[in-house]
Design a protein around this ligand. Structure first.
Ligand code: ATP
Ligand code: MG
Length: 269
């Protein structure tokens, strides 16, 4: 399935929570890569009860500069699921936006490395939380490599939807200019509001692949930690049920992009 990038236009619609919900609920082996240039949140949020040494994206980027990505990667991960070791991993992000300057020159090699993870044994998909498009420089090489680029939108009010119009337009333009075409773009809609899904899709000219309900109780544990997942966890169930559509969309896009001779190969890009 490869690289799924999640971004937002601005504000905090729930990118990190959605990325974590998918990582915790999908069947495939998954690495949640915290690539938000404004900083990662999982260590200070969901995993805040744990003592974790300073590992993650920053040491990995340093290794990329030394051409030692493959040797370093496994040591930069935190396992999220004691019941299924090695199945759901997180690569913690930077803890200070100033560190994004160190990462920036390495996005290209990091993106290529992430793209290759699905071909390893065992293979991994990468869900990359790339944060807000409005703050600093987004990790464009990673966005251009994405098999699926999800714009996360909170649908509560017009105020939360409106910024996505310009963001969708910019993403379409950037992807087209870089020869990718806008085919990888889709929406992750969070919460409920007065606007119908179809109207939002028509306004943003994008299909919806993930739709998550308002579930503050589960979301709070995922975003802030300090509690146990309780109740019926509508959020995680909805995230789990989105996996087949996501896999299907990626498979269809790959089949469409593949040269005729290699059509049908699951690894064709
Ligand atoms: N499906 C949901 N239902 C209810 N609350 C949610 C949901 N998803 C996220 N939230 C809440 O919204 C807030 C923002 O979530 P989160 O940190 O994931 O957003 P973000 O887009 O990653 O923000 P930032 O750009 O600041 O990193 C948190 O308080 C979180 O608990
Ligand atoms: Mg976030």
């Amino acid at each position: 399935m490869a690289i799924i990038v999640m971004v937002s236009a601005k504000g905090s619609p729930g990118v990190t929570t959605t990325a974590l919900a998918c990582t915790l609920s999908w069947n495939g082996r998954t690495v949640l890569a915290e690539c938000d240039p404004a900083g990662g949140s999982v260590l200070s949020g969901y995993l805040s009860g744990l003592e974790i040494p300073p590992i993650g994206l920053l040491p990995l980027a340093a290794a990329a500069l030394r051409d030692q990505l493959a040797d370093t990667f496994a040591h930069q991960l935190v396992d999220l699921d004691a019941n299924r070791p090695g199945h759901r991993l997180v690569l913690p992000g930077i803890n200070d936006p100033i560190q994004s300057g160190t990462i920036r020159p390495t996005w290209e090699s990091l993106a290529a490395f992430f793209a290759d993870l699905e071909r390893r044994e065992p293979g991994y998909d990468v869900i990359a939380d790339c944060g807000r498009l409005s703050t600093g420089a987004p990790p464009w090489p990673l966005l251009f490599r994405a098999d699926l680029l999800l714009l996360v939108v909170r649908v509560e009010t017009l105020r939360t939807i409106a910024p996505a119009v310009g963001a969708a337009e910019m993403l379409r333009r950037e992807l087209t200019q870089h020869g990718q075409g806008p085919g990888a773009l889709a929406l992750a809609l969070i919460g409920e509001g007065p606007y119908r899904r179809r109207d939002i899709e028509q306004r943003l000219l994008l299909p919806t692949l993930i739709e998550l309900p308002d579930d503050p109780r589960t979301a709070e544990v995922l975003s802030d930690g300090g509690g146990r997942l309780r109740g019926n966890q509508r959020l995680l169930r909805a995230a789990a049920s989105a996996e087949p559509a996501v896999r299907d969309a990626i498979a269809r896009r790959r089949a469409h992009l593949a040269p005729t001779s290699s059509r049908g190969s699951s690894h064709a890009r």
